[in-house]
Design a protein around this ligand. Structure first.
Ligand code: PEP
Length: 251
């Protein structure tokens, strides 16, 4: 039985004060909600303050990126040890915005995945096709390349502990959501790929999220699909009401 993971990716939004106020509100809004695991992924500057505010709550903390080295002369980067120290449990890796604007590749994602696992952080590995790739019928080929490259060299146990987020690039921040059928089809394909890499047992334990314009009114339909084990939510995770409604849609 996979517990759905509902994670908010705040991207480059919210000051420290706004972030703390948000999680105060979220804790209140989710009191009594069960069924899904919840995580928020604020910008680096707000992580420590949000960690303090979340102490003792069921809401987990995640970061949006990291470098793979433990320390060193890497100006502007953040290491897995630093994230672990302040209480992060999750780390979003390979988000399409990082691939598009910051040169992230499957190879760098792979290094980061291995470093995260070494230090006890759970990677949320993002994969997804662009619109032109979908229209050219290349969705599965693109996803396979991303999965094979990002997850190369992992043991079955390591793989089983991962979260994968299927995020079609054309659905991110556009208001255009994949149909439940299309999302389920790709998530099922990802699970088959994972089974090819690590066996059905390990693949059956991996949580595979959907991300891309998830909103309160489409979340329940997506979450009802057998291979959709939660959501990675961008825009709609920035308001307490909408994120709490999405979390409740997961049961
Ligand atoms: C995201 O940033 O991962 C995302 C899915 O964004 P949005 O929900 O805004 O489409």
């Amino acid at each position: 039985m996979r517990v759905p993971l509902m994670a908010g990716n705040w991207k480059m939004y919210k000051t420290v004060d706004q972030a703390v106020e948000f999680v105060r509100g979220l804790k209140a809004a989710l009191a009594g909600a069960g069924g899904a695991e919840v995580a928020v992924c604020p910008p680096f500057t707000a992580l420590a303050a949000v960690a303090r505010e979340l102490a003792g709550s069921q809401i987990a903390l995640g970061a949006q990126n990291m470098y793979w080295a433990e320390e060193g002369a890497f100006t502007g980067e953040i290491s897995p040890l630093m994230l672990k120290e302040i209480g992060c449990r999750y780390i979003i890796l390979g988000h399409s915005e990082r691939r598009q604007y910051f040169g992230e590749t499957d190879q760098t994602v792979n290094k980061k995945v291995k470093a995260a696992l070494k230090h006890g952080l759970t990677p949320i590995v993002c994969v997804g096709e662009q619109l032109a790739e979908r229209e050219a019928g290349r969705t599965e080929a693109v996803i396979k390349t991303q999965i094979d490259g990002s997850l190369a060299g992992l043991t079955a146990d390591e793989l089983a502990g991962l979260v994968v987020a299927y995020e079609p690039v054309w659905a991110i921040g556009t208001g255009r959501t994949a149909s439940t059928r299309d999302a389920q089809q790709v998530n099922g394909y990802i699970r088959a790929l994972l089974a090819g890499l690590a066996g059905h047992g390990a693949a059956g334990r991996v949580r595979i999220q959907y991300g891309g314009s998830v909103k309160p009114d489409n979340a329940a339909g997506l979450m009802a699909e057998p291979d959709i084990d939660g959501a990675l939510v961008g825009g709609a995770s920035l308001q307490v009401d909408s994120f709490a409604a999405i979390v409740r849609a997961a049961g």
